[in-house]
Design a protein around this ligand. Structure first.
Ligand code: AMP
Ligand code: ZN
Length: 473
């Protein structure tokens, strides 16, 4: 079996990945808060963890991997949006989830096996909070329930900071009812007009962190293999998840202060920049995935650009990279469609070099270099099967392009004959203008013209436009 190695943010080491149960490899990734379109940065963890999901499915078998990514559908930003627009919360979150699905599907990301909505797990959250209070890890005060950070010795293990350092550096919310400034909210009261649920501590709603602890336990169990998200979530979100889950499950920190149990491997993707700068509305370089898709950048191009950079490095989105990605992908699509036998390709295994690259801490950059090298091997079925596996060009795209090429066959034949006779005529009249005109019209339709002394061949290239060929007169 292939050995996967991943850099664990908990240990800062590249470790051999050994699942608890190879029959059920389990991964949890923190998903979006659903009040608006996903911006380009939000798409980075989606692509990173989709690549990992595909790799795990390849290595352990698709039916032996469970991937959970939540939707945070209870949050103050959602409440603010509802107040601002006068719309119903459920209408806003449903609509946003629909957009998210459409946009992430366009990036070739497989849907996770479970996409729990926080609001469907309130009961599980209340039960977990109740258990934490019973064990002395949390306390109710002033309609709130707070987690007692100093009751958990492993706090700070993931982000590598001590509680005292955190207090000095963090903008912690000071409240008179908190025992300690670091204590964080598990439950808070809801005012009228804001979503809330009945609980032992009054009508209220959960804090953000508890949802992931409750949902991962419900869907993956107390201990699972991989927990992922963007680097911005490492502290405080993931630190708090660990504290809650480990205290609820009774898994204490070891002598070195590392938590035992809960998630074994922690993975964090670095952040996305745009043309070298942090993406922000004030800099005018903020855009959503949908903005790009509507502006003629394909989802596959976005995915390719993301894959050019290793997930643990900051990645810079530039329009120049998108152009490079577009031309590579058009080339690959045309070459695969012309030369592969798609029925055979569907059964052909993915190139070993690509699997090896991804198995080495998801080296997507090397995987793309290896795809390019496959061109030299001329193993077209392996080439197509690998592009499908990487989520860059699915088999269906190749099939569709093959049909287009097949449908254009008769036209290509006709124009080849026409060019042959025009050239023969031109050789006697010495007037090549008609030949040149037709050649440039064909080039405009993306058809390459290869002429030798004896033969003429027309080849649809990466920019082939069947509609233009059809319209040619
Ligand atoms: P949010 O909806 O803000 O909780 O974010 C959803 C996911 O997107 C989280 O995993 C974040 O870490 C990730 N994320 C947000 N902004 C960026 C960014 N600029 N680059 C990479 N990942 C990001
Ligand atoms: Zn989370």
């Amino acid at each position: 079996m292939v050995t996967i190695r991943l850099t664990n943010s908990m240990t800062h080491r590249k470790e051999e990945f050994v699942p608890f149960d190879a029959e059920n490899v389990r991964m949890y990734v923190c998903g979006p808060t659903v009040y608006d379109r996903a911006h380009l940065g939000n798409a980075r963890p989606v692509v990173v963890f989709d690549v990992l999901y595909r790799l795990l499915r390849q290595v352990y078998g698709a039916e032996h991997v469970t991937y959970v990514r939540n939707f945070t559908d209870v949050d103050d930003k959602i409440n603010a949006k509802a107040a601002e627009t006068g719309r119903d919360i459920r209408a806003i979150t449903d609509e946003t989830i629909g957009w998210y699905h459409a946009d992430m599907d366009a990036l070739g990301a497989l849907r996770p096996d479970h996409e729990p909505r926080a609001t469907e797990y309130i009961g599980a959250m209340i039960a977990m909070i109740d258990g934490l209070i019973a064990k002395g890890h949390a306390y109710a005060a002033n309609g709130h329930v707070l987690f007692r950070v100093r009751s958990y010795a492993g706090y700070g293990a993931l982000s590598g900071r001590s509680v005292d350092d955190m207090i000095a550096g963090a903008r912690v919310e000071v409240a008179p009812f908190k025992e300690d400034p670091m204590d964080f909210v598990l439950w808070k009261p809801s005012e009228p007009g804001v979503p809330g649920w009945e609980s032992p501590w009054g009508f209220g709603r959960p804090g953000w962190h508890i949802e992931c602890s409750a949902m991962s336990r419900e869907l993956l169990g107390e201990t699972f293999d991989i927990h992922g998200g963007g680097l911005d979530l490492q502290f405080p979100h993931h630190e708090n998840e660990i504290a809650q889950s480990c205290c609820a499950h009774g898994c204490e920190a070891d002598a070195a202060g590392k938590p035992q149990g809960f998630a074994r491997t922690w993975l964090h993707n670095e952040m996305l920049l745009v043309e070298g700068k942090k993406m922000s509305k004030s800099l005018g370089n903020f855009f959503t995935v949908r903005d790009l898709l509507d502006d003629d950048t394909s989802g596959a191009e976005i995915r390719y650009v993301f894959m050019m950079t290793h997930y643990r490095s900051p990645m810079d989105w530039t329009s120049e990279k998108a152009v490079t990605a577009g031309s590579k992908l058009r080339d690959y699509l045309m070459i695969g469609s012309r030369f592969a036998d798609l029925e055979v390709a569907r059964k052909t295994r993915v190139a070993t070099q690509v699997i090896d690259a991804l198995s080495d801490d998801l080296n997507t950059h090397l995987a793309l270099v290896e795809v390019d090298r496959l061109l030299g091997k001329a193993e077209w079925n392996e080439f197509v099967s690998t592009l499908d596996f990487l989520g860059l060009i699915p088999f269906e795209r190749f099939e569709a392009m093959q049909s287009v090429l097949k449908a254009a066959d008769a036209k290509i034949y006709d124009w080849t004959q026409r060019l042959i006779s025009l050239r023969a005529e031109a050789k006697t009249t010495k007037d090549f203008s008609a030949v040149d005109l037709l050649k440039s019209q064909l080039a405009d339709a993306g058809v390459k013209v290869q002429m030798s002394q004896t033969e003429i061949e027309l080849i649809p290239g990466p920019n082939f436009d069947p509609a233009k060929l059809e319209a040619l007169k």
